[in-house]
Design a protein around this ligand. Structure first.
Ligand SMILES: Nc1nc(=O)c2c([nH]1)NC[C@@H]1CN(c3ccc(C(=O)N[C@@H](CCC(=O)O)C(=O)O)cc3)CN21
Ligand SMILES: CC(C)C(=O)C(=O)O
Ligand SMILES: [Mg+2]
Length: 263
């Protein structure tokens, strides 16, 4: 199967085909989500919360991201690998942003994602100029939750919608190839999507988008906490507890290992 590139993503967008992205943080999950045929795999900084047990995404470091991007890349997926730039890795200067984006590409990412709008447009341009595809991220930007005042729904006022439209246009102008819209009112996400000529990939932002993304632990029912916009397609947590309970029981009863697992 042919590798998915930004040209394929743009082709789908132009044809009006919805784009599918999911997160994955390691080798075995990357293999499985790729088998399912997704277009893009996001190694999100959400890994801090769902895999590493941090209270937020702000604790995630470049070292964490490099390690998990590399693990996903070892699965050699057909899907395009997008690496999240963690909090603190792109704010200070264009130089630092480029250096850290390069580190994620060296680890195996094929694009990087940064949170923010006009205030980071200059960073986006610098990274794109280095030859690295950039995905933007507007709406609820978890790395900036202290200044946003929590994990709040965005686009509730006309002013907020106008701000996000300006941000989206600035990201497109700076060379971003797509934009994640997170936890934005459906009607606002629709208007933002209509105001740019690059695909919007939405999470908790309604159906009027070019594509959708969810955290894999939310899809599978594996996350200790899931946001209200996530849909649980499977109760993996219960399946795991049940299987491990069976193993424990068989060990305690002397049933495992049996003949076929003994040599
Ligand atoms: N498992 C998981 N799934 C995600 O989609 C996700 C993460 N983790 N971690 C990183 C960010 C954080 N996200 C979040 C986190 C919390 C809410 C949430 O609880 N919203 C509340 C309002 C909370 C408030 O006002 O402070 C709600 O009730 O909608 C939404 C998205 C989305 N991302
Ligand atoms: C929720 C998605 C868009 C993300 O940024 C992440 O998983 O970190
Ligand atoms: Mg993220």
């Amino acid at each position: 199967m042919k590798k998915v590139t930004i040209r394929d993503v743009m082709k789908k967008y132009k044809k009006g085909e919805r784009i599918v992205m999911v997160t994955a943080y390691d080798y075995s999950f990357a293999r499985l989500v790729d088998q399912a045929g997704v277009d893009m795999i996001l190694v999100g900084d959400s890994l801090g919360m769902v895999v590493l047990g941090y209270p937020s995404t702000n604790q995630v470091t470049m070292e964490d991201m490099v390690s998990h991007v590399a693990a996903v890349a070892r699965a050699n997926p057909r899907a395009m690998i997008v690496g999240d730039m963690p909090f603190g890795s792109y704010e200070a200067s264009n130089e630092e942003a480029v250096r850290n984006a390069v580190a994620l590409i060296r680890a195996g990412a094929e694009a990087v994602k940064l949170e923010g709008g006009r205030e980071i447009a200059e960073r986006v341009r610098a990274i794109v100029n280095a030859g690295i595809p950039v995905m933007g991220h507007l709406g609820l930007t978890p790395q900036k939750r202290h200044i946003l005042g929590g994990y709040r729904l965005r686009g509730k006022t006309e002013e907020e919608v106008q701000e996000m439209i300006e941000d989206a246009k600035a990201l497109e102008e700076a060379g971003a190839f797509s934009i994640v819209l997170e936890f934005v009112k459906s009607e606002a996400a629709k208007r933002i999507t209509e105001s740019v000529n690059i695909p919007t990939i939405c999470i908790g932002a309604g159906p009027h988008c070019s594509g959708q993304v969810l955290v894999i632990h939310d899809i599978l029912g594996l996350a200790p906490f899931s946001p209200p916009f996530a849909k649980k397609y499977f109760d993996c947590a219960n399946a795991i507890v049940k299987a491990v309970k069976e193993f424990a029981e068989e060990v305690r009863e002397g049933k495992f290992p049996g003949e076929e697992h003994s040599f």
